[in-house]
Design a protein around this ligand. Structure first.
Ligand code: DAH
Length: 365
């Protein structure tokens, strides 16, 4: 007779036995608790909750059991797997929080720490101005000429038609080196470079020479015993005052603004004949309503430098035939140009080497 099979003895499948499942669960929970970081937990998940984990493999055996045993084993395995997944999720939350906290500490930036950045200094505004002027002339085909600041008296004066009695040769203006018999000076102007150039190369000559000059002036807001000039010299066939005027007008417009030009006032320099003082149109008021203009102080013009047609005596002294060649020359103060270009009232900051002054002109590098 058939009836309920009460004395059913389930087939035992070893991995599904209660104590086996319990052991797997214990092992998994222990591994989860021991996982030190998220990386390790990932491995634990694979080992204990992945498709090839002992519990997953045991699960596959369930189908082989008779119904009652299948139910019990299913519950057992299901609970174990559920507990493991929960434990993994909980551990994951804890480890993530720890990770985040550690990152916050490790990656902290203390914005109050002193900076390690060193200021790199600054190019001097006068150096830049000199280079700018040199570039303007190089663009017109000129070359840059140079000469020493410790110069022979003959080149600084005699060759330039500054005879021994010329007032500029008195001790007042000139730094002489010792012993005086050496006849060596700190050059008082860049004009000796004219003589040096003519003595060393043949016309046509088109050169500019920016450089330092020295005079025994008191150091005050408008004077300094050392300052900068730029000298220009052209020697070629057929050079006239008109070439000089055109060149300086171009120079002025390049340095001070498009429609800025120059005017000449008759003057005297021993090395040029005729000679002129050159003024530049005030680039602030442009000669309109000048009365209130601070830059030109009501003049409409700003004194800029000296110029002229090279004196034939200078050409002869420097070995150039005045029957064939003529030339023009000019000389300007670079510091002065810089001062009125930037509305500086005092030139001393230009010589005192404070980088805060230089960098105010946007020249920090
Ligand atoms: N050397 C003159 C000075 O220091 C400036 C000067 C004037 C230069 C006329 C020139 C020139 O070349 O032609 O005052």
């Amino acid at each position: 007779m058939s009836g309920p099979n009460t004395d059913y003895d389930p087939v035992e499948v070893t991995p599904l036995k209660a104590d086996e499942v319990e052991a797997m669960r214990e092992a998994a929970l222990a591994a989860i608790a021991a996982a030190p970081d998220l990386e390790a937990l990932k491995q634990v998940r694979l080992d204990h909750a992945g498709d090839r984990s002992p519990l997953a493999l045991a699960n596959r055996e369930i189908g082989a059991l008779p119904p009652q045993a299948r139910k019990e084993a299913g519950q057992r395995v299901g609970q174990a797997r559920g507990a493991i997944n929960q434990a993994i999720a909980a551990r994951q939350t804890v480890l993530e929080a720890e990770h985040e906290e550690r990152m916050l500490v490790e990656e902290t930036v203390d914005v109050s720490l002193p900076t390690l950045r060193r200021r790199r200094g600054s190019r001097h505004p006068i150096t830049l101005q000199s280079e700018l002027i040199a570039d303007l002339f190089v663009a017109m085909g000129y070359e840059i000429a140079e000469g020493p600041v410790v110069e022979a008296e003959w080149l600084n004066f005699d060759a330039l038609n500054l005879g021994p009695d010329h007032p500029a040769r008195t001790m007042q203006d000139t730094f002489w080196t010792e012993p005086a018999d050496d006849h060596v000076v700190l050059r008082t102007q860049t004009s000796p470079v004219q003589a040096r150039t003519m003595l060393t190369r043949k016309p046509p000559i088109y050169v500019v020479c920016p450089g330092r000059v020295f005079r025994t002036d008191e150091y005050d807001a408008t004077h300094s015993p050392m300052f900068h000039q730029v000298e220009g010299l052209v020697v070629d066939e057929g050079i006239t005052m008109a070439h000089l005027k055109g060149t300086l007008d171009h120079f002025a417009s390049q340095l001070f603004g498009d429609d800025i030009f120059t005017r000449f006032r008759p003057s005297y320099f021993p090395f040029t004949e005729p000679s002129a003082e050159v003024d530049v149109r005030c680039f602030v008021c442009r000669g309109v309503d000048s009365a209130s203009c601070r830059t030109c102080r009501g003049e409409g013009w700003i004194e800029w430098g000296g110029c002229g047609v090279v004196n034939p005596r200078v050409l002869v002294a420097c070995g150039v035939d005045p029957e064939v060649y003529s030339g023009f020359a000019f000389g300007m103060g670079i510091d002065r140009s810089f001062m009125f270009r930037h509305d500086l009232e005092d030139l001393r900051p230009l010589f005192e080497g404070d980088v805060r002054f230089s960098s105010a002109f946007g020249t920090e590098i």
